[in-house]
Design a protein. Structure first.
Ligand SMILES: Nc1ncnc2c1ncn2[C@@H]1O[C@H](COP(=O)(O)OP(=O)(O)O)[C@@H](O)[C@H]1O
Ligand SMILES: [Mg+2]
Length: 310
């Protein structure tokens, strides 16, 4: 007899990619804000010492009494450290530069990779539908904590040729983390950012990723849009800074796509209605499959992030 584990009421999604500048923070801010605007109470946790998602939402680092640092030290729970943002339904646990030290301070600490998971445990009761973790551009102790705390991973990738080179390395790292600390960790999806659908390269990158990840590639792509780059300096998500921009529309579409994939998480307030983005089917070339085959022939074992070959 098998008993299904109860569906978690709060889903924790880590936005992760070891490369910088691929759109992690932009995605964390705007996805979290869009989920909140769709009516699902959402918490954003800024795990990056650069604290760009904190400042990007107009939260002054100095005004925060508690931060992720206190969560990592076991000195506070998420609920104690949250601050409100200018977006209804969106709260934040701010980041701080002190976290650079956390990597060092926790080296010999007990359960050092589970600090964030432990701090979130009391708050996974549905108060927030989603907890979004913005990760630093490194596979360090802070990212490890995010990977251990997360249910799923959202991997933003820039639609450029070099994006594909990092895929194999990233996935084998995630795989090892999952095996050691968090066996139920799954892939929420791969998001193409700074996407220009008029170029062959973008189309090619997308097609290759689809070959590799199947329907784990989000239908939504995020276009290169200047409004997305401007919004943080106004301390707002793009949906409030310029709701009619293509960037705002893309992140609302992404939020809707994630809600469709997670029907157990329900909005508590009515959501805005918007037009849906339609993506054409694209024929699939081969090259990424070769990468996968190489990895498999190296005997790296089970690869839960990859689509099974039929
Ligand atoms: N879709 C986009 N269109 C235009 N600029 C973008 C887009 N996504 C991100 N940017 C800009 O690119 C830079 C890097 O993005 P960021 O989200 O900070 O990446 P990461 O957190 O992965 O380092 C930032 O200046 C950001 O404003
Ligand atoms: Mg960032």
């Amino acid at each position: 007899m098998t008993i299904d584990p109860p569906k978690k009421k709060t889903k924790v999604i880590a936005v992760v990619n070891q490369k910088g500048g691929v759109g992690k923070t932009t995605t964390a801010i705007n996805l979290a804000a869009s989920l909140a605007l769709e009516g699902v109470p959402t918490l954003l946790i800024d795990c990056d010492p650069q604290a760009n998602s904190t400042s990007g939402l107009g939260v002054q680092r100095e005004e925060a009494k508690l931060s992720v640092y206190d969560l990592m030290l076991g000195a506070a729970t998420a609920r104690e450290a949250v601050l409100p943002t200018g977006v209804e339904g969106l709260s934040i646990v701010p980041g701080t530069r002190n976290m650079i030290g956390a990597n060092v301070e926790l080296v010999n600490a007990d359960r050092r990779e589970s600090r964030l998971r432990d701090a979130l445990a009391p708050d996974r009761n549905g108060t927030w539908g989603f907890i979004i973790l913005d990760c630093p551009p490194a596979l360090d102790l802070l990212t490890l904590n995010a990977l251990v705390a997360a249910d799923t991973l959202l991997v933003p990738m820039q639609a450029e040729y070099f994006a594909l080179e990092g895929v194999s390395e990233l996935l084998s790292t995630l795989d090892r983390v999952a095996a050691a600390y968090n066996p139920r960790l799954a892939l929420e999806g791969v998001l193409l950012t700074m996407f220009d659908d008029r170029t062959n390269l973008s189309q090619q990158v997308r097609a290759n990723l689809m070959e590799f990840f199947g329907d784990k590639v989000f239908k939504t792509t995020v276009p290169r849009n200047i409004r997305l780059a401007e919004a943080p300096s106004h301390g707002k998500p793009v949906a409030l800074y310029d709701p009619r921009s293509r960037g705002a529309e893309a992140y609302l579409d992404l939020a809707q796509e994630i809600l469709d994939r997670n029907p157990e998480i329900k909005p508590v307030t009515p959501s805005a209605s918007r037009k849906k983005l339609v993506v054409d089917e694209i024929p699939l070339p081969r090259s990424i499959q070769q990468l996968a085959d190489e990895e498999e022939s190296k005997g790296s074992g089970m690869w839960p992030f990859r689509r099974k070959k039929s």
